[in-house]
Ligand binder design. Structure first.
Ligand SMILES: [Zn+2]
Length: 63
């Protein structure tokens, strides 16, 4: 299963989200900053936060 890694513009937290969330508006689970999920390079190490919220319409992820 592919994931998108990027960094929160609000708290600089490193966030990893399922690729299926690409283009969706989400709130940072750490600081609440709202952003659109999009792949961006992450240069530095930091807290890794993972979205586990999957739309109810989806079936179980293939892992
Ligand atoms: Zn944040």
């Amino acid at each position: 299963m592919n994931h998108i890694s990027f960094r929160c513009e609000g708290c600089q937290a490193r966030i990893k989200a399922p690729a299926q969330l690409h283009g969706q508006m989400r709130s940072c689970p750490r600081c609440g900053h709202r952003f659109i999920v999009a792949p961006r390079p992450v240069e530095d190490a930091g807290p890794a936060l993972v979205f586990d919220a999957v739309p109810a319409s989806r079936t179980a992820p293939q892992e």
